[in-house]
Design a protein around this ligand. Sequence first.
Ligand code: MGD
Ligand code: MGD
Ligand code: SF4
Ligand code: MO
Length: 712
Amino acid sequence: MTAETVPSTCWECNATCGSLMTVEDGRVTRITPNRDHPASKGAFCAKGVRAVSEWTYGDDRLLTPLRRVGARGAGRWERVDWDVALDTMADGIAEVRSRYGPPSIAGAVSGAFFSRGAVVALLLRSIGSPNWMINQDLCGGCRAVSDRVTGLGITNGEDIENARCILLVGRNPREADPVQWRALATARARGARLVVVDPKRTHAADRADLWLRPRPGTDAAIALAMIHVLVAEGRHDRDFVSRWSVGFDALVERASHYPPAEAARLTGVPAEDIVSAARMYADGPSTFVSGHGIDAFSAGFQTFRAFHCLVAVSGNVDRPGGNRRVKRPPGFRQYIDLLHDPAFRLPEATERLTIGAERFPLWAGPRGWQTACHNPSVIDAILTGRPYPVRALYVSGVNIAVTYPDTRRTVAALESLDFLAVATQTMNPTAARADLVLPKTTTLEEEEVSLQPGGPCVSYTRAAHPPRGEARCDLDIAVELLDRLEARGALGTRLIPWRSQRELNVYLLGDSGITIEQLRATGFATFPWTHGDLETRPFATPSGKVELASSVLAELGLDPLPDLVAPACDDVGDALRAAYPLVLNTGEREKSYHHSRFREQAWLRALSPDPTLQIHPDDAAAVGVADDAWVALEVHGRPHGCRLRARVTDRVTPGTVSTGIGWWRPESPGPWHGALDVNVNAALAYGPPWDPVTGSADSRNIRCRVRPSSAP
Ligand SMILES: Nc1nc2c(c(=O)[nH]1)N[C@H]1C(S)=C(S)[C@@H](COP(=O)(O)OP(=O)(O)OC[C@H]3O[C@@H](n4cnc5c(=O)[nH]c(N)nc54)[C@H](O)[C@@H]3O)O[C@H]1N2
Ligand SMILES: Nc1nc2c(c(=O)[nH]1)N[C@H]1C(S)=C(S)[C@@H](COP(=O)(O)OP(=O)(O)OC[C@H]3O[C@@H](n4cnc5c(=O)[nH]c(N)nc54)[C@H](O)[C@@H]3O)O[C@H]1N2
Ligand code: SF4
Ligand SMILES: [Mo]
């Protein structure tokens, strides 16, 4: 028996923790944290230790391509070899392409943070379609686009280690990010102060010096009031503001509408707490740590704009203990760079056809953050043929029948397609409706090279051994599919020049001087960088400065300044408020699962058997619901609800309820596998209202009610 321990990086979630893998006889037998890793510093979680291995070696793993033989969703498949699978896929795509045109073919992935995202986008572009769906409208899209428009470029550059004050807004790192959670604990131990803004008393709030508990969706008023206090007390960074920003006077005028007393009225947070938060934050260096709690809703972009302007006005930009701008080795390319590189683009006229580009130009189409389309509008296009038909879809690395809101509509769209292919490691409710299911490699079988702003470093994920069975990675699938499409005359310009993942990775490393050999030896590579390279590296805005008043937003006729946009759940009459007295939060992370993944693993189901709905004791008593009882959740304006299990707790504010995401039950009969029952997305709409910039729908701050129900 040969055993070897090699450094790698866990790619199961975007915490991307450095790992050490023991490989014995072609199988990973042990995974432990790599304490030398500059970003994760030994942080890790149980999913990385165990769930990824069970996923890879478990009996549920798909090991061959499957082709549908019965009706869609009937669960009858034949095993086929890759030649047959890829011919089937090429035929399906070529036929739709010739009948409806290249843009009628779309892809769905999570985003360009993973190679699979960039690969699927370039595959679609090669076919001639600009339509690829990402799930970032539901995730970190508001943060990313605000960061881009404001020009800061600070995403994932929180320097918790050196901060004197940490401002944690809408983030639950104990469950969602062990790297951040550990960094917070270390910072607290050396005396750093922690200000938490969260409607829920999270474990971070338990440890905070100051906990602000806003009414859901009103955070922008807190940020604007903090700006107001900073400026009124002369505690803003005059030098940074005058040298590196534009629009300060206009921002100050806007913030003057939010004195602490007014912000207190709007948010429910006492004025003196807002003033204290502003003073603690002003006593820096301070770092702003944000999360999903202020993203993915119809005012998420403006909320982030308010906080990003606060960061800029306080001057905590790219200095130790603040928010670091993304550093990278010269010559290195990130996946997202490929999307914007002219060498890999479609003609602008084609990119303008991206569904959603007209309405959300900073999200979709040629100027868009990831040039992806607007998902709810794609689902509309599939179902209605407007603005033009979308008839074929290739899904990789997402489980959209569970994770997109409005499950029934998503599924109806999937079922109405002329052709649906899904690449996945295990059967899930999305794949269950496909014409073709392709067996994917897991993160233990794939090689990835990526930039980690948190280190900062370049991280390496090693393929520990060849794929199990006939599983293939996205690039290998795309390359062979392109060959077949080319043979059928169904290709535009081939925009994937690499024949293997290794070739792609070497391309990404570019002229950085970092080599695969070096990465294989250590699992990561650091590179020289400096704080505050503001003179040599302008901010990526039209003015080259941080745009407190945004020229890009003004040009598009949008509000150039941050503002509070009242959440839709507040803007209702008394009758509706009485009928739907509760405000719903969704998507709260739990340690056991990664979104919809791992529900087939018995040890995790033992830890967390059912989806829960956290409800305050007063609200539970009002509807006669006991702890652990099943409840029906109904959302205002929706024909169907879902069933969840009550967790009665005073951690949630009275009048609010909170649940997770991603629930389905592999053991329940297909093709739904419970996705229409125990999945909160079955109860939600996918908007409108949509955020005017990112097109995000409300995945929280939603009026709802709860009643006792039977168990599923
Ligand atoms: N274990 C595990 N870890 C994960 C994931 C996973 O599925 N499992 N998923 C990963 C992904 S893709 C993501 S996007 C992240 C998400 O992880 P986080 O960014 O931590 O997001 P959430 O858990 O959705 O919620 C964070 C907090 O926002 C609060 N919140 C809700 N509404 C509001 C509001 O109006 N204002 C404020 N200030 N706070 C509010 C909630 O109470 C909650 O405490 O987790 C990542 N990490
Ligand atoms: N209501 C509501 N909905 C939400 C959210 C919310 O807060 N509320 N959160 C949103 C957020 S933040 C996110 S990020 C999304 C997540 O949504 P998704 O990205 O759809 O969720 P996952 O469960 O991670 O997707 C799992 C599928 O991806 C595939 N997969 C898993 N690992 C790999 C891999 O290593 N490589 C490849 N190629 N494929 C893999 C498998 O097919 C697996 O079944 O959900 C969003 N949906
Ligand atoms: S938090 Fe867990 S799943 Fe995510 S990268 Fe780290 S070890 Fe892997
Ligand atoms: Mo996410």
